[in-house]
Structure formats: structure tokens, C-alpha cells
Design a binder for this molecule. Structure first.
Ligand code: UD1
Length: 365
């Protein structure tokens, strides 16, 4: 019996673990999965609602670490997760994505001599001012099995000297979740709730420190939204970090008065899927949304200087535009003029990545 501890912590982890856990449970005669939630994200809208929407079993263990500085959060996860590994001997620890929980659990597992499998290995922005880039580099350097979503990720790992036998190209597990839920999301009332018509609005998400932690940058992005809003309303679910910064910089009143902005709390998975899949254009600084819009053929502007997901630009609908308000405005207006190009789905983003992930873990055991 393979004992596998799966670790999640923050919102973008939940859609990646859902199909993996499901696949492990299907093999219950051979695999005994345990689900650990670090508690990095803890709001109902950032965590619980995803477990419900994606029908993920309740975590067996919640470490309840909450927010803090990077070091505080990472250290708390490490201390608590070490206890879990002592109490629950495991053959593998599976970590996903690039959040602090991913890196913290990998360090603990590696030092406890438990093998680490990293789902979404090999992505690189080559921008070490991003906390996620540090998390990726550390996690991949410790992982025993590196499960990659695209061929460029394999190339990155090989260039860094990772042994080829540790690398397995399995495809994109987020897209498993996307395909599984497209039909279910049709029942969401989100468009009616905000009075939106398909194809006649933009959707926006923003939470990167590089965009929201600086007053001038954040208010510049709001300037761009004002101009874009003259063409189409922009629906903006606000991440807790962004809400805090808007308050701190005294910008909350301003966005409330911007009539073309539709403001909301963070949305659940199904509501957000219904929303962006019907939008005319997405503006985001998220990683996963670049991939989801690519698969659905929705034009996407990424408000960052770089992307660790270049395939969404070369094969998909994504453009990396930075955070200069003049450039965002120009690119958004141009995108609204253009005909959307048809969806082109990258290799192995086929809805069966979880199957290949669990196969790879079993084969490596
Ligand atoms: C984290 C991930 C980021 C991911 C993002 C998705 C890291 C380094 N960053 O960023 O890669 O794209 O999640 O959302 O792991 N907060 C709440 N409620 C919550 C969670 C957070 O109010 O449930 C607030 C707290 O004030 C906290 C702040 O948001 O200090 C930031 O949370 P944190 O988990 O540190 O990072 P995120 O910005 O959410």
C-alpha cells in the first residue's frame, strides 16, 4: 500500500489537487491518500468554497497556519508539517504549484527522507523578485519526481541539471478540472447576478505584490480600467490582499465611484469559470488564468513583466503587457477591436493529466 500525503495551502492549489485525489481514491486498493491543508488561505471565499465547488474531500488535517510574513508563514508550515510526517509515515509527499505551502512542505519532506513529487514542476519566470519563483526553484531542486505541464518546463529542468529520469511530462492538471466543471458551471447565476450579457464585459483579477503593494502602480492600473470601462464594464473580484491595499492607499472610495467597475468578493470556482468563459477579455496577473483562457480561446492580457507559462503566449491567447497604464489601455482597446482567435490547446492539456500523474508516482515507487 502506497501512503501518499497530498499538501495544499492556497487557492490556486485546490483545483490542481482535486483530480489527483480523485484518481488516488479510485486506486484505493493500492493507494492510501491523506490530504493536508496548511491553512495558508482560510477565508470561506478563498478556501472552503473551492472544496465545495470541486467536491474535494475535507482535509484530513488542517495546520491552521494563517497569514504572516514569508518567513513566518513558511516556518509555521514547516514546524507543523514535520509533526504530521512524524505521526503519519508516508512513501510520498505530493506538492502542487508554487505557493509558500508548496516549498515549505517540500523542504520538510526532503529532510525527513520522504520522496517528493511536484505537480507543475519546471515553470520559470526567471524573475526572482517573485516569491513564487523562489518557491519553484527550491521545490524543484528537492523533488524526486518532477511532473511537468509543458515541454518548455522539461527544458528548464534539464538546463538546471535535473536528471532526466526524474522528469515526467504529464500535461496540465488544472485543465482536467476545467473540463470536468465546464458543464456544471452553466448552472451558476453569476451573469444574472451582475446583469451581464455574454461577450459584453471584461473580467479582471489582481493580487501580485508587484501590482498591488505600490500606491502609484495600483492607482495607474485603476486609471487604465477607467478608459477600458468606457468600452465595456469590467468585473473585478477583489483578492483580500488587494482589498487591504486599496483601503490602505485610500483608493476604495475611488473604485466604488467608478461606475463601469463591477466589484465583488473573490468568487468560487464555478462562478468564476462561468464569468471568464463568457467574457470578451480577461485582464489578470494570475498564473492559472493565463492557461484557462488559452484553452477556452478567451483573449487574455497579463499585467506582469514576464510569465512562467510562455506556451500561453506562443500557442494561446495570452499577451504579457506589464503594468504601465498607457500600455494596458492600448493593448486592451486593441484586443477589443480584434476578432478572438480560435482556441488552440497545448499538448497533453487534455483532461487526463491526473491519471498520468498517479501512474508516474506508482511507477516511480
Ligand atoms: C498566495 C500565493 C500566490 C497565489 C495567491 C493566490 C505565495 C507566496 N503566494 O498569495 O502565489 O497566486 O496566493 O491567491 O504563496 N488573506 C486573507 N484571507 C485569506 C488569505 C490571505 O485575508 O484566506 C490576506 C492576508 O492579509 C494575507 C494576504 O492576504 O496577509 C496575503 O496572503 P498570502 O497567503 O500571504 O499570499 P497571497 O497574496 O494570497
Amino acid at each position: 500500500m502506497l501512503r501518499i500525503i497530498n499538501v495544499v495551502g492556497a487557492r490556486p492549489n485546490f483545483m490542481k489537487i482535486a483530480p489527483v485525489i480523485e484518481e488516488m481514491r479510485r486506486r484505493s486498493s493500492r493507494i492510501e491518500p491523506l490530504l493536508v491543508h496548511t491553512g495558508q488561505h482560510y477565508d470561506e471565499s478563498m478556501s472552503d468554497s473551492f472544496f465545495e465547488d470541486l467536491q474535494i474531500p475535507r482535509p484530513d488535517i488542517n495546520l491552521g497556519v494563517g497569514s504572516g510574513t514569508h518567513s513566518e508563514q513558511t516556518a509555521r508550515i514547516m514546524v507543523e508539517f514535520e509533526r504530521v510526517l512524524l505521526e503519519h509515515p508516508a512513501d510520498w509527499v505530493v506538492v502542487v504549484g508554487d505557493v509558500n505551502s508548496t516549498m515549505a512542505a517540500s523542504i520538510v519532506a526532503a529532510k525527513s527522507l520522504v520522496r517528493v513529487a511536484h505537480v507543475e514542476a519546471g515553470l520559470r519566470s526567471r524573475d526572482r523578485t517573485m516569491p513564487e519563483e523562489i518557491n519553484r526553484v527550491v521545490t524543484d531542486s528537492l523533488a524526486d519526481l518532477l511532473l511537468t505541464p509543458s515541454r518548455d518546463a522539461d527544458d528548464n529542468l534539464l538546463r538546471e541539471g535535473v536528471a532526466p529520469h526524474k522528469i515526467r511530462f504529464v500535461g496540465n492538471v488544472m485543465i482536467d478540472t476545467l473540463y470536468r466543471n465546464l458543464e456544471r458551471a452553466r448552472a451558476s447565476q453569476v451573469l444574472d447576478r451582475f446583469g451581464l450579457k455574454p461577450g459584453q464585459f471584461c473580467a479582471m483579477t489582481l493580487h501580485r505584490p508587484s501590482n498591488v503593494d505600490n500606491h502609484e502602480t495600483l492607482s495607474g492600473i485603476l486609471d487604465a480600467l477607467e478608459v477600458i470601462g468606457e468600452q465595456l464594464p469590467v468585473v473585478f473580484p477583489i483578492h483580500p490582499r488587494t482589498r487591504e491595499r486599496l483601503d490602505q492607499f485610500g483608493l476604495t472610495e475611488r473604485i466604488r465611484k467608478q461606475s463601469s467597475l463591477v466589484l465583488t468578493e473573490p468568487l468560487g470556482y464555478l462562478d468564476f469559470l462561468r464569468l471568464y468563459s463568457n467574457s470578451r477579455l480577461v485582464l489578470t496577473d494570475s498564473g492559472g488564468i493565463q492557461e484557462e483562457t488559452t484553452v477556452l480561446g478567451i483573449p487574455c492580457l497579463t499585467l506582469r513583466q514576464n510569465t512562467e507559462r510562455p506556451i500561453t503566449v506562443t500557442e494561446g491567447t495570452n499577451r504579457v503587457v506589464g503594468n504601465d497604464p498607457a500600455v494596458i489601455t492600448r493593448e486592451a482597446l486593441a484586443a477589443l477591436e480584434r476578432q478572438a482567435s480560435p482556441a488552440r490547446v497545448p499538448e497533453l492539456w487534455d483532461g487526463h493529466a491526473a491519471l498520468r500523474i498517479v501512474d508516474a508516482i506508482e511507477e516511480a515507487s
